[in-house]
Write a protein that binds this ligand. Structure first.
Ligand code: ADP
Ligand code: ZN
Length: 775
């Protein structure tokens, strides 16, 4: 019979030897007088109890209570049992105080290395969130619950009994069972043994009672995930640019110090190949690497590529089962994995000897978590790399301006990869000026004449087409159909949002408002429009215009079902689908050699979102989506429809000119104090009663003003104003925004203003440090 279980290394405490229980012969805390030392565990709760609490450790648990394990403790007046994370253990004077006692140790193994504990502490401080909440984010639920394992009873024949097996006088069945067990090379569960001996479990129980079979419990894995093997691939010989990049990273690695390298390389320039060869170096001296990529479930190619190059890879993606996630985590923690590839949360991979962190597509907003703890994986990576004294490599074709600015100032080492690895030229990017198109997108449809012709051309030649409709959010900006002018806030350089019901045009940063104009403020043409178009409408139009070509829409509405991404992308790759359309979801990291045309339906929607990063996002989007074509040997074209062909971000994107974009955008950021020239925090208050939520937001603003004044920090406090999404799931939302060049003091003021803050019933508030999402 095959042995289907893998033994985990740790044993549960039920098998701890009894003599260990009295290692520390301390009196119980209530017996100790003031001068005496007691063992105290400091714990934090996952949620709801923001500070740290001390508990006395009874002598019986002195060994089991350790930092990084969870314990069960009495909480509150009713002493209900609650699970908490142990973050400190030390002998200290009881100070005459009587502490409650730890009741039980939950974990049989440590879940946090000292480095991860430090990282979690830093995150809680920096992001102003509960430490326990950070710990629960760092250690996945599947690991805490030991998914895929079960406590099992294992049977063996004691050596003394085995030696005298022949002399034993027993009923035939029992003897048969005993022989079968003695012959087994491994301990067996009662069920396995019964099966093997063609018996019921009854006689086994009898043998256990007689002491002829001994039993102990162990935690066993009942499901061993299997990964299909994959053919190994050889290294590419690096070109000169790649070689320079690799040398820079190897120098950083060999220095034994922390430093950050920015690989600025266009899509297809061979960045991934550089990462792989740098990681080979890391692995060669016995350390591990973490590679963070955005939305890995969407990029099966990246997964395959790492698996083809490294033997011991763990790929963490959102579609893993709990048992699989736990299994990977255990292997990573035991040092059985060399390379961890995963999305945002893979930054918490428990590798024992970190050697390198790589963050690919570092500009991606999916590295920021939208719920508490609202961390940005890039900033956490920077912190972890610095703490563990290893290099961090950031890679992007369109780096965030935060990263770019640091590279320009020499804080990061900048390495450029200006050409495509396979010498394929970048695709031509063409703009279609919607102001002059005979069929304005607002009325007749979303597809301009030029784009329509290009689509027909591409499809007739057997190529495939991607259409990108950047419909983020709901908000409608106000735009002149004649000159393209968008109505903006005079104080914030941000597009005003039209609120149809209230009949106002509102700035979502500072609450400036004006009546919606009847004519264009710039050219005075009448008939100003609200812009807004959905993917659904685009799909209808494509089906009408191309009835003979299969098309597929990919957005969060159509892609909810498990595995739907993979199926959709496979259908497109295999050519069953000719036209793929969707939101940004399709702009990322995909590599389809047969795509010869990419159409961007509305570059402007991103441009006019109420967000100071609007221009940056537009630039990134156009450049990234352009990188999706021209990958095969058939070349490719990109058509960008826009009302703003002269906008500097659009013009720079069309020329694939990152430096020009940064040169134009950075001074704007600087003049307004936006990142990277100032730190920012956003606070959102929400509640079911508008006036109550608003009032609390005002109260919060007042506390912030006082704290800012007290610490004499030069800061800008905006709001409270209704959030761009002013009502969400029945709750009214108000926002406050803080900006300051002095990040440290801004943080201090935030801590002061929010410590002990008590919102009224049903009102919640959140704080988002370095926010990316302004809706
Ligand atoms: P990036 O990560 O910058 O988008 P990749 O590493 O994916 O670029 O490289 C793009 C393509 O070029 C891939 O198909 C890769 O296999 C290939 N490639 C990369 N480096 C080389 C090289 N030195 N020689 C030949 N092909 C290469
Ligand atoms: Zn404003």
């Amino acid at each position: 019979m095959a042995w289907p279980y893998e033994f985990l290394t740790q044993r549960p405490y039920s098998v701890t030897k009894p003599e260990q229980h009295r290692l520390f012969d301390e009196p119980a805390p209530w017996e100790a007088d003031e001068a005496e030392q007691v063992l105290v565990a400091t714990v934090v709760f996952p949620t709801g109890a923001p500070r740290e609490y001390d508990y006395a450790v009874p002598a019986a648990l002195a060994e089991a209570v350790q930092i990084g394990r969870r314990v069960r403790v009495p909480l509150g007046r009713s002493d209900r049992a609650a699970i908490a994370w142990c973050v400190g253990v030390e002998f200290r004077s009881s100070g005459g105080r009587r502490l409650k006692e730890v009741r039980e140790v939950v974990d049989t193994r440590g879940l946090l290395s000292p480095a991860m504990l430090r990282l979690s502490r830093w995150m809680a401080d920096y992001y102003l969130c509960e430490w326990g909440q950070v710990l629960e984010a760092i250690v996945p639920a599947s690991v805490r619950d030991q998914s895929g394992t079960r406590l099992m009873t294992l049977l063996a024949v004691p050596t003394k009994v085995a030696a005298r097996l022949a002399e034993l006088k027993l009923p035939k069945k029992q003897l048969q069972i005993l022989r079968a067990l003695a012959a087994s090379p491994e301990p067996l569960t009662p069920t396995q043994l019964a099966h093997l001996a063609h018996s019921t479990t009854g006689p086994i129980t009898t043998l256990r009672r007689k002491g002829l079979i001994e039993a102990h419990t162990e935690r066993l894995r009942y499901l061993e995930p299997v990964e299909a093997p994959i053919a190994a691939e050889a290294d590419h010989t690096l070109n000169a640019d790649q070689q320079r990049a690799l040398t820079a990273i190897r120098e950083a690695l060999d220095s034994g110090l922390h430093s950050t390298v920015l690989l600025h390389g266009i899509t297809g320039s061979g960045k991934t190949e550089v990462y792989i060869q740098a990681i080979q170096h890391v692995v060669s001296f016995g350390r591990q690497a973490i590679v963070l990529v955005p939305e890995i479930s969407l990029t099966p190619q990246t997964r395959q590529r790492f698996r083809a190059r490294f033997g011991r890879v763990a790929v963490l993606h959102s579609h893993l089962s709990d048992a699989e996630r736990h299994w990977h985590w255990e292997r990573i923690a035991r040092g059985e994995i060399d390379v961890v590839v995963g999305a945002r949360s893979a930054i918490f991979a428990p590798v024992p000897q970190l050697g390198l962190i790589v963050l690919d597509e570092e500009h991606e907003s999916s590295f920021k978590q939208a719920t508490a703890p609202r961390y940005h994986a890039r900033d956490v990576a920077l912190r972890r790399a610095a703490d563990e004294r290893v290099p961090l490599v950031l890679g992007s074709a369109t780096p965030s301006l935060e990263t770019w600015q640091r590279a320009c100032q020499g804080e990061y080492r900048l390495v450029e990869l200006p050409g495509r690895a396979l010498e394929r030229p970048l695709p031509d990017v063409l703009t279609v000026d919607l102001r002059h198109d005979t069929a304005p997108a607002g009325r007749a449809g979303a597809i301009s004449r030029q784009l329509l012709m290009a689509m027909q051309g591409a499809l007739n030649e057997g190529g495939q087409v991607i259409l990108l409709l950047n419909r983020r959010g709901f908000s409608t900006h106000i735009q002149c159909p004649a000159c393209g002018e968008v109505v903006r806030c005079p104080h914030c350089a941000i597009a005003l949002t039209h609120h149809r019901h209230a009949r106002v045009a509102l700035c979502h940063y500072c609450d400036y408002e004006m009546p919606p104009p009847m004519e264009c403020p710039a050219c005075h043409a009448p008939g100003i429009l609200y812009r807004g178009l959905g993917t659904q409408r685009l799909e209808d139009e494509v089906r009408v215009r191309f009835p003979d070509h299969a098309c597929l829409r990919m957005d969060t509405d159509t892609m909810q079902e498990h595995g739907s991404h993979e199926r959709a992308l496979a259908a497109f790759r295999e050519g069953q689908v000719k036209i793929l359309m969707g939101t940004q979801m399709i702009a990322k990291g995909l590599d389809f050699p047969n795509v010869t045309l990419v159409g961007v339906i509305n570059a402007d929607t991103a441009l006019h979102l109420p967000d100071f990063r609007a221009a940056e996002r537009t630039f990134q989007l156009i450049v990234q989506v352009a990188g999706r074509t021209g990958r095969g040997d058939r070349g490719g074209r990109v058509i960008v429809q826009t009302f703003n062909p002269d906008h500097p971000a659009v013009r720079a994107a069309v020329r694939h000119d990152y430096a020009a974009f940064a040169e134009h955008e950075l001074p704007i950021r600087e003049s307004l104090g936006y990142p990277p020239f100032g730190a920012m925090a956003r606070l959102v208050v929400r509640g079911p009663v508008e006036a109550v939520a608003n009032q609390f937001a005002e109260h919060l603003a007042e506390r912030l003003r006082q704290a800012l004044a007290a610490s004499e920090v030069d800061a800008r406090l905006l709001g409270p104003a209704p959030a761009p999404i002013a009502k969400l799931r029945g709750k009214y939302r108000f926002q406050l925004q803080l900006q300051s060049a002095d990040a440290g003091r801004l943080h201090q003021a935030l801590v002061e203003a929010t410590t002990g803050l008590k919102p009224p019933d049903h009102v919640q508030w959140i704080v988002d440090i370095d926010p990316l999402e302004m809706l």
